[in-house]
Design a protein around this ligand. Structure first.
Ligand SMILES: Cc1cc2nc3c(=O)[nH]c(=O)nc-3n(C[C@H](O)[C@H](O)[C@H](O)COP(=O)(O)OP(=O)(O)OC[C@H]3O[C@@H](n4cnc5c(N)ncnc54)[C@H](O)[C@@H]3O)c2cc1C
Length: 401
């Protein structure tokens, strides 16, 4: 069967990885996703399977025990996984961002210590910028680190940690005053700390509490939590890169690859919605024929498929740009913006095609309908993407008159 969202120019290895992941998604994820989601149950068996496939180390260099694959391979795998169940891609995503940040910015000791364990999925990563009072405006972070000899003491409250409970390593962005006098630009006085902890809830390390799961409308199964630091002591050698004041840039670098990842998730969810819509449209009859034979429904399918193709092409372009070593903030912002908006629209059209049954929990589209909105918010809202895109365009098209 002809498939949408094909990618030209993949190597044999990339094709082999993708076909293995696709097979896993069809056999191990799709059949159980909706039931687990309705129970808000952590998909342990699926996570164990992904570990076995080596997905937690997909982009970690081979010298640290990973597969050393490109961002494109990773994004295409995420697209497949999100087609099965978006929450599962969320379990890998924060891990991948933290591993990427360590690879790009960690000290040699930090890479040697964390990356092999992360590649094996023994240490699992989460990242934490948002606070109760801010998300888009990262420069307004209020959590603080103060130096005390060979340690820093961290205080503050964080919000919306994907994998906050199940992870054992959190990259936390806080304000640090060391060497940054009053009046230093906010983004130059932030530091990323690598905080190790026990998985679970409650006081998971002295001075560090993960209160419990936030109850969400969708994106279930994966845990999203708060994080409270109250006199949390972190050794100075757990400052990412060993130097304070670089945290904002390190996090923005991580979020940039994260945006390609969210775009890939949007592509995957949209593809699944199309699959469900096109199937149902040929099964359901009204006025003596399958609804797919009514032109209004065929037009919907045409629009949905076009959006799936366009989002996929932009996502692949953004990933390839990063893989080539070029700056990709413009492409990643555009891909994230377009894929998440199109995903919401394709899901809504598939929902409409299902008529009343789309509103029933028995149909998978009900789950997708509650999942798609998360992609409009995570890794920066549409407004934030448009701010990034707009700024970059004005740099590129500067009026010289
Ligand atoms: C399920 C889930 C998981 C998440 N996981 C993580 C995680 O793992 N780690 C993490 O750090 N964060 C995480 N987040 C937080 C997420 O990144 C933020 O919710 C997001 O960045 C938006 O921030 P906010 O919610 O504070 O909204 P706000 O920043 O308060 O924005 C509210 C509205 O105002 C708009 N807005 C804000 N500023 C402007 C502006 N200058 N111009 C125009 N419009 C503007 C926004 O687009 C939005 O529509 C998660 C969120 C959710 C829902």
């Amino acid at each position: 069967m002809a498939r949408l969202a094909q990618t030209a120019g993949l190597t044999d290895i990339q094709q082999e990885i993708l076909s293995t992941v696709r097979d896993f998604v069809d056999k191990e994820i799709i059949p159980v996703a909706t039931e687990l989601e309705h129970r808000d149950e952590y998909p342990q068996q699926i996570v164990d399977g992904l570990k076995e496939l080596g997905l937690f180390g997909l982009m970690i260099p081979e010298e640290y025990g990973g597969l050393g694959e490109s961002l494109l391979t990773y994004a295409l795998c995420v697209e497949e996984i999100a087609r099965g169940w978006m929450s599962v891609s969320g379990i890998i995503n924060t891990h991948f961002i933290v591993a990427y940040m360590l690879k790009q910015h960690g000290t040699q000791e930090q890479k040697d210590y964390f990356l092999p364990k992360m590649a094996a999925g023994e240490i699992r990563g989460a990242f934490s910028m948002s606070e109760p009072g801010l998300g888009s405006d990262v420069s307004a972070i209020t959590s603080k680190a103060v130096r005390d000899g060979d340690e820093f003491i961290l205080n503050g409250q964080k919000m919306w940690l994907t994998n906050g409970g199940t992870s054992s390593l959190v990259a936390v962005l806080v304000r640090s005053d060391e060497g940054h006098p009053e009046g230093t630009a906010p983004h130059k006085s932030m530091t990323t700390f690598l905080v190790e902890k026990e998985p679970g809830f409650g006081e998971v390390r002295p001075g560090l509490t993960i209160p419990g799961k936030i109850d969400k409308m969708g994106y279930k199964g994966v845990d999203t939590t708060e994080l409270i630091m109250d006199g949390l002591r972190i050794p100075a050698d757990r400052v990412l890169g060993g130097v304070t004041g670089r945290g904002f840039y390190q996090m923005m670098d991580g979020v940039e690859v994260g945006r390609v990842n969210v775009a890939a998730r949007g592509c995957g969810v949209a593809q699944r919605a199309f699959e469900l819509g096109v199937r149902y449209a040929q099964q359901r009859h009204t006025f003596g024929k399958p609804i797919a034979q009514h032109q209004a429904i065929q037009f919907k399918l045409a629009e949905m498929a076009t959006k799936v193709e366009a989002a996929h092409a932009m996502m692949v372009n953004a990933a390839r740009k990063k893989d080539s070593g070029e700056r990709n903030d413009l492409e990643a912002g555009m891909a994230k913006y377009l894929a998440s908006e199109y995903c919401k629209e394709v899901v809504e059209d598939a929902f409409r095609i299902h008529g009343g049954y789309g509103f029933s929990k028995e149909y998978e589209i009900e789950r997708l309908y509650r999942e798609a909105p998360m992609l409009l918010i995570g890794e920066g809202t549409a407004e934030i993407q448009k701010m990034i895109i707009g700024r970059r365009l004005l740099e590129e098209y500067r009026f010289q008159g």
